[in-house]
Design a binder for this molecule. Sequence first.
Ligand code: ATP
Ligand code: MG
Length: 426
Amino acid sequence: MTRILATGTLIALIITTILGILLSRTITRPIADMRRQAVEMRKGNFSRKVKVYSDDEVGQLAYAFNELTDELMEANATTEAERRRLTSVLENMSDGVVATDRSLRVILMNDQARDMIGLAEEEAMGANLQNLLEFDDEIVIPEDGTMPPKLIDLSTDEELFLVRAYFSPIQKHSGPITGLIVVLHDVTEQEQVEQDRREFVANVSHELRTPLTTMRSYLEVLAEGAYKDDELAPRFLETTQNETERMIRLVNDLLQLSKMDSKEYTMQKVKFDFIQFFNDIIDRHEMTKGETIQFRRKLMKRRVYVHADQDKMTQVIDNIITNAIKFSPEGGTITFRTMLRAKRLVIGIKDEGVGIPKSNLKKIFERFYRVDKARARNIGGTGLGLSIAKEVVSAHSGDIWAESEFGRGTTIYFTIPFDTIVEVND
Ligand SMILES: Nc1ncnc2c1ncn2[C@@H]1O[C@H](COP(=O)(O)OP(=O)(O)OP(=O)(O)O)[C@@H](O)[C@H]1O
Ligand SMILES: [Mg+2]
C-alpha cells in the first residue's frame, strides 16, 4: 500500500513538474522575446517581430506588441521625413536662418547663417545670439512678439557685407514665447546702390553749387557798380561765362551718363578703320597741344575695321588725350600705341605726368572721382570723363583700365573687338 502510494505520488509529482515547466515556458518565452525586441527598438531597429505562440492572453499581448512596433516604425519614418524636408528647405534657402530658445541660445542654424556670421559648425550650437550678431543694445523679445528688422554690419576690412535680420518669436496659440527665429538676408548690393545714389546726388549738388556761388559773387560785384568799370567788367563777365560753360558741360555729361544707364540707349555703330580714325583725332590734338608737349605715334600700318559709334569713340579718346595733356609736365611725351590681342584691338595712351597711386587705379573710372580734388578742379575737371569712357567702352564689349607708376606717368588702355584686318602695302 505504502509503496503504491509512494510511487503514485512520485509519478504525480513528476507529471506536475513537467506540466509546470511546459506551462511556464509558454508564458515566459514570448515575454522574453518581447523584452529582447523592446531592447532592439530602443536601438532603432523596428524590423523584428515577436512570434505569436498561442491565442491566449499572452498571444494577444504579443500580437498587440507587434502592432505597436509597426505604428512606431511608421511614426518614426514620418518624423524622419519631416526632419529631412525641414533640413533640405533650410539648407537650400539663400537666407540664413537661426532659431534660439527663450534665453537666446542657438538651437538651430543653417549653413548660410553660419557662413554669413563666419562660424564653424561646432561653435554655433548653444552660442548666444547677442554675441553672435554683435548687437550693441540688448535683444529683448517684447510681450506682443513684434520686433522691427535690424541692419547688421558684418563687413570685413576688404569687403562690405550688410545683412538685414528679421525676427519672429516662436509662440503657440498666444501662449508664452518659447524662442526666436531670425532670418538673415544679404542686403549688401541694395545698400551699396543706395549709398552710391546718395553719394552721387551729393556730388552733383556740390559740383553745381561751386560755379553758382562763384557766379553769384561776381554778379553781385557787377551789380554794385563794377559793370561801369571798363577794366573789371569784362574780366568778371568772362569768369561768369566760363562758369556757365562749365555748368553746361557738367549737365551734358550727367545727361549722357543717365541716358547710358537706361537700357534703351543705343549706339550708332558703323564700320570704319580704327587706325585712320585714331590718327585723325591725334592730328586734331597735335594742333592745339602747345609747344611743350611731344606726341609719339606707334600705330599699326594695317587697317583694322571695327564696328563702333564714331562720336562716342571720339569722346572717349578726346578725354584720355585731354587728361594726358592736362597731367603732363613741360617737355613730356605722350605715346600712342595700337596692338592686337586675342581678337581685340588694344589702344594705349601713355604720358609722363604725375601718375596715379596704385590704390586709386580702379577708382578713376568712378563718377566724380578725382585723385587730387583741389588740383583737378583748378584744371577744370569734374571727374566724369573716364566714367563716360568706361560706359562707352563697355557698350562696345571692350575693357578699359589704367597702369601707372606714381610720379612717372600713366597709361590708359582700352580694347575694342575688331571685324577685319586689311594689310597695307606701300
Ligand atoms: N593721365 C593721367 N594722369 C594722372 N591722373 C589722371 C590721368 N587721367 C586721369 N587721371 C585722374 O583721374 C581723374 C578722373 O579723370 P576723368 O577724366 O574722369 O575726370 P577729369 O579729367 O578730372 O574731369 P573731366 O574729364 O570730366 O573733365 C582725374 O581727376 C585725375 O585725378
Ligand atoms: Mg578728363
